[in-house]
Design a protein around this ligand. Structure first.
Ligand code: BGC
Length: 767
């Protein structure tokens, strides 16, 4: 089996880098306190450090997996895990539900107390605090990453991560499995909303902000208000052929490096401390078994020095699911030898520990490999300050759940929400308009937040978020109860699968539509993530489509509010909609921000982070190849290529108008190592103050690998008062002009390039 994997080498490495790596393995070069501790540890203690279990394994209670009862550690199970097996890490929440900071404090303090004997190595606790401290009751929930990408606002992304770090650490948790740096050009995939979308540059820029927000500008994670970040899921997770979670992907090395690698490289350069591995299979090899990716690329080429953790149960998956190992033991051998430092075993941790100990004794896993892994784990624990204190004084976190933090989340939602269509400037609405609100997303906090909110699939949101406003509540507060009525028409089955719905007073809703001045129709999806979020039909559901058609037929203008984790196709109803507003998953303050946009107190400024598809067989990203969007080819056949997104990446309207003029380049000829500056003047020609994201796209007009039609290479968000103008300058460096060539290395080739800002273009030549 090992030979088969070795035969699938993807990345060429020079002898020089191999020697460098070997040197590191012999003498890992850890800090003296880590070396000293390592030298005192038994093999059992070391293997324990490499083991991560889920909290439910050590708690007790009547129904450990869903009960709302107070969570308690089970002393016997705790003793076994920490005294006998010396387990080094725990993840996840108890009974799949959020807990208060006090409860988190009690649990984590209890775990650390269980480790006081012997070498007293603290446990490192990790969770998925992906849009706020998701597993802490009362924490501040921000828009999900896809919405943050639409805001195009680096400062808001930084601030969101800072608040999340603060509230996660307030919960005594020092390690966050975030950000998601996956590129997701596929709207079918159930986790697109966890990403920054389909553009490598946008993901890189915002990913770095998240890392800095979690870890601090200097990555000093001993700071009690910071956490260690975890880049995930390395690498190429969200481009499976089927569009379904954890199914095979086929990605050439060229494409892997061109599209998927840049965000991870940028985050590593920004000092991110840990990384989680893609649970899927690329080119037939599960990534957890691919040393070319985990050692040669990640360690030797990118120089990553931090901790590598598996995704959930993924060593077991090498045997049980992916069938590349004959048994559990061989799966462990393959993964650890391929470069895994810590196994997110989750449940059957004893089997992992026992097998790994045996493998070392049999010489099948070298003790040097174990030392390297454990050295990294201990280094992280030292850097986090866990040896001084393994939990937090939650009472000192006075800003937890504060108005100040809420304001940041609200501002983020306000800049994310994207106005896609606004026929005859129907928006903003007058406050005295009689409004009917309908649709399954009208009165739900769950749909505003999405998955990873108070529980894995987000199904418990209503229990925790009753103090925040649903869309109906926010509109009623804003315009007054006399102006707003609500009839759902369609509702989600709250106990069912995320896509299950039922007709809920549809006739009544249609009748009420004719009596209203305008209908706010809130459609989209219920919450989901991962495999339970897989989807077989990208069209908006039949029942919601029927509701939209019938309401539109009532003859009053309809404002379609989308609240969805991925762009469900709406081409069957879009022509009948007077306006369309995409809210994505805007979090607990999303409805307040939406109401402020609809009534004109916020001027919308979000821009799509993906191409919104119009048809299920046309899922083409904006940065496609020229053959995917050909103009009509004259001749006998007279054909064209059908490039027909509903709305393109970067689309987003405002209540004011911006005009672009004076696109100037500093030169029109440069060498392959030169830089060029583009400047542009942007003016607010309308009558409202507004924010505009100015985006620079670059097209390589011909190259030895067919170039993309265009690529985002710069963006800046500015605020302009009516009549105000600003000139922006963008620097285009050689790395921005380069692409990954046929030899899988970056290259800048001579030839013509086109710069595009707004609708203006200019060309220059690389000589
Ligand atoms: C997900 C990861 C997550 C992990 C721990 C996995 O199933 O793929 O994104 O960090 O669980 O909760």
């Amino acid at each position: 089996m090992k030979n088969a994997i070795a035969a699938m080498l993807l990345f060429a490495v020079t002898t020089h880098t191999l020697q460098a790596q070997n040197k590191r393995e012999d003498k890992p070069g850890f800090h003296t306190e880590v070396q000293a501790l390592l030298s005192k540890m038994s093999l059992e203690e070391k293997v324990g450090q490499m083991t991560q279990l889920t909290l439910d394994v050590i708690t007790k209670g009547p129904d450990r997996f869903s009960s709302a009862e107070p969570v308690e550690l089970d002393p016997e199970l705790v003793k076994k895990a920490f005294s006998k097996y010396k387990v080094g890490s725990v993840l996840n929440t108890a009974n799949n539900r959020a807990r208060s900071v006090e409860v988190w404090h009690k649990i984590i303090r209890g775990i650390q107390d269980a480790n006081k004997g012997g070498l007293a190595i603290p446990v490192i606790y990790g969770v998925d605090a992906i849009h706020g401290a998701t597993y802490t009751a009362g924490a501040t929930m921000f828009p999900q990453q896809i919405a943050m990408a639409a805001s195009r606002n680096r400062e808001l992304v930084l601030k969101g991560a800072e608040v999340t770090a603060y509230e996660t650490r307030a919960s005594s948790i020092p390690w966050n499995f975030s950000p998601v740096l996956d590129l997701c050009p596929d709207p079918r995939f159930p986790r697109q909303w966890e990403t920054f979308g389909e553009d490598p540059f946008l993901i890189s820029e915002l990913g770095v902000q998240m890392i800095k927000g979690y870890e601090g500008q200097d990555n000093k994670i001993s700071d009690p208000f910071r956490v260690a970040s975890c880049m995930k899921h390395f690498l190429g997770y969200q481009v499976s052929v089927s569009g379904k979670d954890r199914t095979p992907a086929y990605i050439s090395e060229q494409a892997l490096r061109e599209y998927h690698l840049p965000a991870f490289k940028a985050a590593i350069d920004a000092g991110a401390h840990t990384i989680m591995i893609n649970s899927g299979i690329i080119n037939g090899v599960p990534v957890h078994a691919n040393s070319d990716i985990l050692i040669k690329l990640l360690r030797q080429e990118l120089g990553f020095k931090g901790l590598v953790v598996t995704d959930w149960g993924d060593i077991e998956n090498l045997y049980q699911r992916d069938k590349i190992a004959r048994d559990h033991k061989e799966a462990i051998m393959i993964a650890i030898n391929s470069g895994i430092d810590m196994s997110m075993v989750a449940y059957e941790y004893e089997r992992f520990c026992d097998n790994l100990i045996e493998l070392v004794k049999e010489g099948k896993v070298k003790e040097a490999r174990i030392n390297e892994a454990v050295g990294r784990i201990l280094t992280l624990k030292f850097e986090l300050g866990l040896f001084q204190k393994g939990f937090s004084d939650y009472k000192k976190y006075t800003k937890f759940g504060s108005d100040e933090f809420a304001r940041s989340a609200y501002l983020a939602a306000g800049e994310a929400i994207t106005l896609l269509k606004n026929q005859n400037s129907i928006l903003p609405l007058k406050r005295n308009a009689k409004v009917l609100i309908a649709g399954p997303n009208s009165n739900s906090m769950r749909t505003l937040n999405g998955g990873w909110t108070y529980s894995w699939q987000g199904e418990k949101v209503e229990e925790f978020a009753s103090k925040y406003n649903t869309i109906v509540e926010a509109f009623t507060k804003k315009a007054g109860a006399a102006q707003v009525s609500y009839i759902p028409g369609v509702s989600y089955k709250m106990a069912g699968k995320y896509f299950e719905e039922f007709e809920d007073r549809m006739d009544e809703a249609v009748k009420a539509a004719s009596a209203a001045d305008v209908v706010i129709l809130c459609l989209g999806e219920n919450s989901y993530t991962e495999t339970p979020g897989n989807l077989s039909d990208l069209y908006l559901s039949d029942l919601q489509t029927e509701l939209a058609k019938r309401i539109a037929a009532a003859g009053k203008p309809v404002v379609l509010v989308l609240n969805e984790g991925r762009p469900r196709i709406i081409s069957r109803i879009e022509p009948q909609m007077a306006a369309v507003v995409q809210t994505y998953l805007p979090g607990n303050y999303g409805a307040d921000a939406l109401a402020d946009i609809i009534y004109g107190d916020i001027n919308p400024s979000g821009k799509l982070p993906y191409n919104y598809p119009k048809f299920p067989n046309s899922l083409v990203p904006y940065n496609h190849k020229p053959s995917e969007s050909r103009e009509v080819v004259q001749g006998v056949y007279n054909y064209d290529a059908d490039y027909n997104p509903q709305w393109e990446f970067g689309h987003g309207l405002s209540y004011t108008n911006f005009s672009y003029s004076n696109l100037l380049l500093s030169t029109d000829k440069i060498s392959a190592t030169g830089t060029i500056t583009a400047s542009i003047e942007v003016k607010n020609t309308g009558s409202r103050e507004g924010k505009e994201t100015v985006e620079l796209y670059l097209s390589d007009l011909y190259a030895s690998i067919t170039p993309d039609v265009k690529r985002l290479k710069g963006f800046e968000k500015i605020n302009l008062k009516p009549g105000e103008s600003k000139t922006l300058h963008f620097t285009i460096s050689p790395s921005q002009m380069s692409f990954i060539g046929r030899d899988n290395k970056p290259v800048v080739e001579p030839g013509e390039f086109k710069v595009e800002i707004g609708k203006l273009t200019k060309t220059f030549t690389v000589q």
